[in-house]
Design a protein around this ligand. Sequence first.
Ligand code: 3PG
Length: 219
Amino acid sequence: MAPAPLTAAEISRRTEDICRAAPIVPVLIVEDVAHARPLAEALVAGGLPALEVTLRTPAALEVISEMAKVPGGIPGAGTLLTPDDVKRARDAGARFGVSPGASEALLEAAEAEGLPLLPGAATATEAMALLARGYTVLKFFPAEAAGGAAFLKALASPLPQIRFCPTGGISPTNAEAYLSLPNVLCAGGSWVAPKALMEAGDWAEITRLAREAAALPRG
Ligand code: 3PG
């Protein structure tokens, strides 16, 4: 079926809805496709429905397809770098995409493929370029290294139209500093799905971490 294209404004409306589903979007690096279903079930059970599967492992696209079968889950694809990544993610069943940055080619592909995309920005100029193109919901990456919550707080006054999902270096200890800001919708983080727990099949502990993350207060 041919994809239905989306405008940048519609993409941002949809990514805002996804970001509002829970305070934390788990950032997942999944090596083994057998982990996809139990991992998604554990995170959804803990209250985190939006799941960013990074395209950093050979299994990633198959993992997205498996997660798409989990009731209540909203599988997405992270680390989208090229138009081909966008197409492959959408074909695998991703309902949203995330990129560490933004290029014209990537934005055009997301719009043409109708894939809600969180494009990345780390400076006021990058955020302004995306705003001019119609994007009002952005990923702030790499959040801690690029200035942290203080940086995002400073952007809220001159760029109040833009909302962010900060990602990169976020943990239970600093998440609240971001989530309390008026221009933050949610935050991304890998801490809810550590490699060791996935390898041990300790899905109950992942659900516990997810439940704690889902309970973080938002401003
Ligand atoms: C990433 O792309 O790896 C994310 O930014 C996750 O970062 P984190 O591992 O610091 O949560």
